[in-house]
Design a protein around this ligand. Structure first.
Ligand SMILES: *[C@@H]1O[C@H](CO)[C@@H](O)[C@H](O)[C@H]1NC(C)=O
Ligand SMILES: *[C@@H]1O[C@H](CO)[C@@H](O)[C@H](O)[C@H]1NC(C)=O
Ligand SMILES: *[C@@H]1O[C@H](CO)[C@@H](O)[C@H](O)[C@H]1NC(C)=O
Ligand SMILES: *[C@@H]1O[C@H](CO)[C@@H](O)[C@H](O)[C@H]1NC(C)=O
Length: 962
């Protein structure tokens, strides 16, 4: 299918009027000037304030997360820590207001009612059906063209009729293109030096608006392609299909391809369909009658730092950081709407792809009158493609001033908007018929265009004055429809590209403008760096985004841990598998206690999460004894028991078997079909699949590496099913979406599945996210899937960078607020807020909140947790003089903290785990003392003499086994 569009052809006349200061034909009867103020509305202060407030959903949405991964005592199924009831008592973190708020919004108080009255929402009047399909045609090879530098010349500076004609020809081009994500993802390894990225989307618009041609020239891709698709055939027959998933699809009911459940645009199709899609830096949400504009259009928000609310300071942490910060919800800076949109308006979501989705508003279900708004991560403009409607641009913040500016280019009509909050915005209208749309400001809320109008409207904030305006003018008229990722690894160095499919007007000569996050900018190659602009806008929770021109970005990750295996690993020494004789002796002395635990019992649980943790723990223990201790015989029977325990899952005979959900398309726990959405942390609702399945994949990687006969087709197919579900490399797998968890734009995964949320997607445990990437790498290595192995390595490299930038905050962190970084970890990072708490509760957060970002301790831990970070965190929170010394901590968290200590002080860590008075309650149910000892010994090889002393002191060992 193609997104076919036509431009009107009567641009020639307009061009003559385009140059600033040249045209005198008044576009409005009252004005002969090149720009004209339409409406200085006068004093509206009170209403302005009412319109700017928004609200702050500070309470923690706990769906599916009544508890988070916790140290478990072994062998208990339910409530392993006996903490039932704790969470209700803890309450939420609703501590408002802050000083900033009251200053910015006089009259603010914590009880201020929600400006958007949630109760006023009605359910969507009907679910329209759409014919959205994910294009799956083969990529077409076409000429490539490199991204162009932005025109530094003001477009109005030249009037050139030859340009006009070339434009006319380009606008009639219509291209059939394949899904960019498919094409990029399925590029063959080291196939070619240039990757053609093309795009196609379907719209139902009768009057097509634009023509789309995208050929992104991508940096030479040599090395191992990281996106070679896994087999896309049927899943194991033990998994039965169900079509009664508890979460209904809103506005996408006829889509039969797999749907991304954990991506940024899920608010379009969940619940009220009114929650925000965070494209960064903009947030977009269906107004659905809310706010003072009472609009049914699509609201655009961009929040500056002065409207951010801060939580209370935490006096227990050195530096007294604020506990959280949160952006307001519901401020409708600008709204893309139409006169026809009212209570019967429906929102449908189309072309749901890994980096984009189209939001479509129609006055009535099935109407051909529609506004199609492509939502692409990082988009520089919010663009609405109108079909036969009367456009209405609105603001809930109120227009202070609207100026009709001179056209930046022929056929593009421009308005400069000043809002009552002091921000400057630009509106570009690109009529299909080329005629001046002559928008009129009717009030400080409404700016209306002509009826029966078809064309494109683009809205962007301009934070950078005249120079920003010039750049934005230069990129107006084109916009991204979708994006694709490709990547490769060669000799330990990774490269990945984000390529954006561009469409619009004067496509060839107009550079696309997109916003990059700080971790992109940090790893841009030189060419991409050269296309950065001076325009920067704050994002909600990831620092400042930078506007970059061009259709592709190339990011380099030079230091991938490609050699890392199952052994302890350090940044300086790499793999450490030659533990000293004394260390081995201690390890082998300790091991039997844990090898004799019941693998069967500890993994026969009602939770995929806890079962996976147990299997992964035993696999690691067995590996430690077999390979690091050098005693396969000692671990042999445990290995057999582990295979037996694992087979319960492959046979799908666990307490809550997996089912194939044919509604959203994925493999989920059957636990929540009974009604409890929070069962097993929301697995049925697609929460946390990378955590849950990552542990199984990790365990399987170890089993297969120790015994290749275990790698039967059916065992591999089952494990690969988990990979396909949580981290699929194929964009055209009919069973699973592409990369459900890992977001290749954000550089980390989102854990939240199908739960409607004010604050967007979120992730708590960065260490389990890392575990998933590591598990992919190691499973790929075990089964000889070089692409999967390379993908895991690249994900680890990207995670290291994004965690350093946003989650694991060293004192020089630039992206999180200065008054927040002393928390050292983010706690839970949402798209709209960051809360240094845990789903587990908040009074125990120094231990748990920090530890959630530590466990499980794996060879990859020192790779993502830099020594500098670990030292700062330890000194602030857990050292002898800190508020919460590790020595006072009880239960399984204590073992986690001391294993983490191995990253900076392995001798102390070793001594802790080797001590004669060791208490096994300090070991989390997902870990073993045996592995922790090896982990510590691997970070640093202590002298044999020290180890011998310690060995002699190990409880009940009497100097170790014979
Ligand atoms: C969606 O499916 C329903 C039920 O099969 C059908 O009546 C409707 O026409 C379909 N809509 C579209 C747009 O295909
Ligand atoms: C990128 O630019 C830097 C600084 O100008 C230079 O040192 C480096 O060699 C360049 N890298 C490549 C691959 O050209
Ligand atoms: C957003 O999601 C929340 C659930 O977190 C829901 O209560 C609310 O109605 C949704 N919509 C809006 C606009 O708040
Ligand atoms: C982000 O942008 C703001 C506003 O321009 C600026 O004050 C701040 O220093 C920027 N932060 C970083 C890390 O560049």
């Amino acid at each position: 299918m193609e997104r076919k569009h036509r431009w009107g052809s009567s641009f020639l006349l307009m061009w003559l009027l385009a140059a600033e200061g040249v045209y005198s034909a008044p576009r409005h009867s009252s004005s002969a000037a090149s720009s004209r103020t339409q409406f200085p509305p006068g004093a509206e202060t009170e209403r302005v304030l009412a319109g700017t407030k928004g609200f702050y959903p500070t309470s923690l949405e706990r769906e599916g997360h009544p508890v988070r991964p916790t140290p478990t005592s072994t062998g208990k199924n339910k409530d392993p820590l006996g903490l039932d009831g704790l969470f209700d008592a803890l309450g939420d973190t609703a501590n408002l207001p802050n000083e900033l708020l009251s200053e910015f919004l006089p009259g603010w108080d914590k009880n201020y009612p929600v400006t958007v009255p949630v109760s006023a929402y009605k359910p969507a009047s009907a679910d329209t059906t759409t014919s959205a399909t994910k294009p799956q045609t083969e990529p077409e090879t076409s000429e490539t063209s490199t991204a162009e530098a932005p025109s530094q010349n003001a477009p109005e500076a030249t009037t050139d009729t030859s340009q006009t004609s070339s434009q006319a020809s380009s606008t009639t081009t219509s291209a059939t293109q394949s899904s960019s994500s498919s094409s990029a993802s399925q590029a063959q390894p080291s196939s070619s030096a240039s990757l053609t990225t093309t795009a196609s989307q379907t719209t139902q618009a009768e009057n097509s608006i634009t023509s789309s041609v995208v050929q992104a020239s991508v940096t030479s891709m040599s090395g191992q392609d990281v996106f070679v698709p896994l087999a896309t055939g049927p899943i194991p027959q033990t998994i039965t299909a169900r079509n009664d998933h508890p979460v209904p699809k809103k506005g996408i009911e006829n889509v039969t391809t797999p749907i991304e459940t954990n991506k940024f645009y899920a608010g379009l199709f969940l619940g009220s369909q009114t929650n925000t899609t965070f494209t960064h830096p903009y947030g977009v949400s269906w107004a659905k009658g809310s706010g003072n504009a009472q609009s049914y259009g699509m609201a655009i928000s961009h929040n500056e730092v002065n409207v951010v609310a801060n939580g209370p300071t935490n006096t227990n942490i050195p530096g007294n950081p604020i506990q959280y910060y949160i952006n307001p919800i519901g401020i409708q800076h600008m709204i893309l709407s139409a006169t026809e949109l009212n209570t019967s308006t429906v929102l449908t979501a189309e072309n749901l792809l890994p980096f984009s989705a189209d939001a479509v508003l129609s006055p009535t279900p099935g109407s051909s009158q529609r506004i199609t708004i492509p939502l692409v991560q990082g988009m520089g403009f919010v663009t609405g493609m109108y079909n036969n409607l009367q456009p209405l641009i609105q603001s809930g913040v109120f227009f202070n001033k609207v100026v009709t500016a001179s056209s930046p280019r022929i056929g593009i009509y421009k308005y400069k908007v000043s809002l009552a909050d002091g921000t400057e915005w630009l509106v570009y209208a690109i009529p299909q018929d080329g005629k001046d749309p002559d928008f009129r400001l009717e009030s400080n809320t409404n700016f209306r265009g002509p009826s029966g109008w078809s064309g494109t409207i683009q809205i962007t904030k301009n934070p950078a004055g005249a120079s920003g305006e010039k750049l934005l003018d230069g990129s107006s008229g084109v916009f991204a429809l979708e994006a694709a990722v490709s990547g490769s690894v060669l000799n330990g160095a990774g490269t990945y590209n984000l390529a954006f499919a561009k469409t619009g007007k004067q496509l060839q000569e107009t550079p696309l403008l997109m916003y990059a996050l700080p971790h992109h900018v940090e790893s841009f190659d030189n060419t991409t760096k050269g296309r950065m602009t001076s325009i920067s806008l704050r994002t909600t929770t990831k620092g400042n985004a930078t506007a970059v021109v061009g259709e592709t970005w190339t990011m380099l990750e030079p230091n991938l841990p490609t050699q890392m295996g199952f052994d302890p690993w350090t940044v300086s020494s790499g793999n450490v598998n030659n533990l000293s004789a004394a260390a081995k002796q201690v390890i082998l002395s300790v091991a039997p206690t844990e090898l004799n635990q019941s693998i069967d019992q500890q993994s026969d649980l009602n939770s995929m999460y806890y079962s996976g943790k147990a299997l992964s723990k035993f696999a690691t223990l067995i590996y430690t004894v077999n390979k690091l201790g050098g005693n396969p015989d000692l671990a042999a029977s445990a290995l057999e028991n582990l295979k037996t325990a694992f087979s319960r899952f492959i046979d799908n005979k666990q307490q809550f078997p997996l089912v194939y959900d044919s509604v959203w398309r994925g493999v989920v726990s059957s636990a929540s079909y009974g009604g409890d959405s929070g069962a097993d942390f929301g697995n049925t609702y697609y929460n946390d699949h990378h955590f849950h399945y990552g542990y199984f994949i990790h365990a399987a990687a170890i089993i297969g590496s120790l015994d290749s006969t275990w790698l039967t087709d059916s065992n591999k197919a089952w494990v690969n099913m988990l990979v396909r579900d949580a981290g699929n490399s194929a964009a055209n797998d009919p069973y699973f979406p592409f990369s459900r968890s890992f977001d290749w734009y954000h550089g980390h995964s989102w854990a939240k599945g199908l739960f409607e949320s004010f604050d967007g997607k979120d992730e708590e445990s960065t260490s389990e996210d890392t575990m998933f990437a590591y598990a992919l790498k190691m499973w790929g290595k075990t089964i000889g899937d070089a692409s999967m192995e390379a993908r895991g390595n690249l994900m680890l490299g990207i995670l290291r960078r994004s965690l350093h930038n946003y989650f694991l905050m060293e004192s020089d962190n630039k992206n999180q607020p200065a008054n927040f970084i002393a928390n050292k970890v983010t706690g839970i990072l949402f798209e709209n807020k960051v809360d240094h708490t845990t789903y587990f509760g908040n009074n125990l957060e120094y231990i748990q909140g920090q530890s959630i970002h530590m466990l499980p301790l794996l060879p990859s831990s020192p790779y993502v947790r830099s020594q500098n970070f670990v030292r700062e965190e330890w000194n602030a929170l857990f050292s002898a003089n800190a508020t919460d010394p590790a020595s006072n901590v009880t239960g399984g968290w204590k073992g986690v903290l001391y294993a983490n200590l191995a990253l900076i002080d392995p001798a102390s860590s070793w001594n802790f785990f080797a001590q004669s008075s060791f208490d096994y309650s300090w070991i989390d149910g997902g870990a073993s003392r045996t592995w922790y000892l090896a982990f510590a010994a691997g970070q640093y090889i202590p002298p044999d003499s020290l180890l011998n002393n310690v060995a002699n002191n190990v409880a009940g060992l009497g100097g170790g086994p014979a």
